[in-house]
Write a protein that binds this ligand. Structure first.
Ligand code: SF4
Length: 493
């Protein structure tokens, strides 16, 4: 080396001390603007849901292979399993293991079995998604023969857990059949040894002390509907006598006393009338000592379509309602009242942990049939509750067969199930396959069939996509902002 070269080399460290652009490899990842229309920051996620939020210039350097290993983002992206290098080759195995864990629910197979024990109901809710019939029409009750066959079907599942959910109409109007199913299921389970749970979705207005005693003895959880303060609840859930709210509150009080405070849950549905009332709705839940609320939009099925209730607000308006509600719930937490929003809790669990949530509408392939399945009052088997709601309006696309005339194999291998399942994989769906929220999201063939006449749906025009995408962004934005909101949200997983 001549003198000039020696002089130059003294100014530089040895080559090994420098970042080596291109020495890392990308793991399978997607990215998306952190806020709609804002191209400064991006959410980058891998196939098992690890994510990081980075600036655009970092993203450009990352994907072009020019990210310096000396940059602070390099370590973040390596730690989040978005890249690996020679020192972290084992990341590949780790990501594969996490992906297997996240998709385990597919192998677990069906765990939720809905028994529509009757279509009769004593309410006339205009947005009802199941097109209930009046109380006295016993032709709309499931028979013991159907229930027995449905239980035989249920216990064919390889899943180690079985949840039987009683639905209606108002299921308590056919309480003898609930008793029959519980006793027969428990008898069958003595040999099967599954983790067996029961829940009844009821408006509680006809629940007698004897019914509640049975629920307590047999450990049946109760889930009811509470749409908000009295005027809103009564407007949403009309009933002769206009006392639906009073009956629900009295039912909740009696049910809690009989089966235990925390064994009674409540759900709300957002109608057009609810849109300006989210604080009142949350306050009603607080006033009645609920520590969880599920802010749910209307679904495009049943009477919600016939009465046009579904069309009265847009996905964007609902997201506004949801964000206001979420902020208010966070505020109630900060003021000392612990409370979760259930949908955020499900999404955060998918974003922050490796556990599946079992939530049927957020699975890929879709959860229809293979996560949850429905036995209707007439013995027909549906891939989902939404599918049976659509059938009540004449669309039997998701009817898989009849429990009296079809075998387990015929039902589970029917084209009516396999076709929407095959079409529902997000990993091969336009838009979804390159979406940063893919690991947290799911396919909803019922929704897209109902709104677009297609199992997959064009996601650019999908209310399901618009709602989820904005909520994912909102939650990740709050987590990234840190502070008390982020701590509370993390505690919900
Ligand atoms: S439905 Fe929308 S938010 Fe969900 S993965 Fe597909 S594109 Fe992303």
């Amino acid at each position: 080396m001549d003198a000039q070269a020696q002089q130059l080399s003294r100014r530089f460290s040895a080559e090994a001390g420098y970042p080596r652009p291109g020495s890392y490899r990308l793991l399978p990842l997607n990215f998306m603007a952190a806020a709609a229309g804002d191209t400064r920051r991006y959410i980058v996620s891998n196939i098992c849901g690890d994510y990081a939020v980075v600036r655009r210039d970092t993203l450009e350097a990352l994907v072009s292979g020019n990210l310096s290993s000396a940059s602070p983002e390099y370590e973040l992206l390596r730690r989040k399993h978005l890249i690996f290098d020679d020192a972290t080759r084992s990341t590949l195995n780790l990501v594969a293991a996490k992906y297997r864990t996240r998709t385990r629910s597919v192998a677990n197979f069906t765990g939720l079995f809905l028994f529509v024990v009757t279509l009769r109901c004593n309410h006339v809710c205009p947005y009802c998604q199941v097109s209930r019939v009046s109380e006295d029409r016993e032709a709309f009750d499931m028979t013991e023969e159907m229930a027995e066959k449905a239980l035989d079907f249920t216990f064919r599942t390889p899943s180690s857990g079985i949840k039987i959910e009683f639905q209606g109409g108002e299921p308590m109007l056919n309480f003898p059949l609930i008793q029959f199913i519980v006793q027969r299921a428990k008898a069958k389970n003595r040999a099967a040894g599954k983790d067996l749970q029961f829940v009844a979705a009821t408006n509680l207005s006809v629940a007698t002390d004897q019914m509640l005693k049975f629920c307590a003895e047999e450990e049946i959880l109760l889930s009811t509907s509470l749409d908000g303060p009295a005027d809103l609840h009564n407007a949403n859930r009309p009933k002769r006598g206009n006392n639906s709210y009073e009956l629900t509150i009295e039912g909740i009080r009696k049910a809690r006393k009989a089966i235990g405070h925390h064994r009674v849950g409540a759900l709300m549905t957002t109608t057009e009338k609810s849109l300006h009332r989210v604080r009142d709705i949350v306050d009603t839940y607080v006033a009645h000592d609920f520590h969880q609320i599920f802010l749910r939009p209307l679904s495009p099925y049943g009477d919600a379509i016939r009465t046009k209730a579904f069309d009265r607000y847009t996905a964007e308006r609902w997201v506004e309602f949801y964000k206001e509600g979420l902020d208010y719930i966070l505020d109630r937490n900060k003021r000392g009242y612990p409370m979760k929003e259930a949908y955020a809790s499900i999404l955060l669990t998918r974003i922050l942990t490796n556990h599946g949530t079992g939530f049927v509408n957020l699975q890929s392939p879709a959860g229809i049939g293979i996560a949850g399945i429905v036995f209707n009052y007439d013995g027909d088997v549906y891939a989902s509750d939404e599918g049976r709601m659509a059938a009540e309006r004449g669309d039997k696309t998701f009817r898989l067969g009849n429990i009296l005339s079809n075998s387990y194999e015929e039902i589970m291998l029917s084209d009516s199930l396999l076709e929407p399942l095959a079409a529902s994989l997000l990993e091969s769906a336009p838009m979804c396959h390159e979406c940063a929220f893919l690991p947290y999201c799911g396919a909803d063939p019922d929704y897209h069939h109902a709104t677009q006449g297609d199992f997959l749906g064009h996601k650019a025009f999908s209310g399901f996509c618009a709602k989820n995408m904005e909520i994912f962004r909102h939650l990740i934005g709050k987590l990234e902002a840190g502070g008390e909101d982020a701590d509370i949200l993390r505690s919900w997983t």
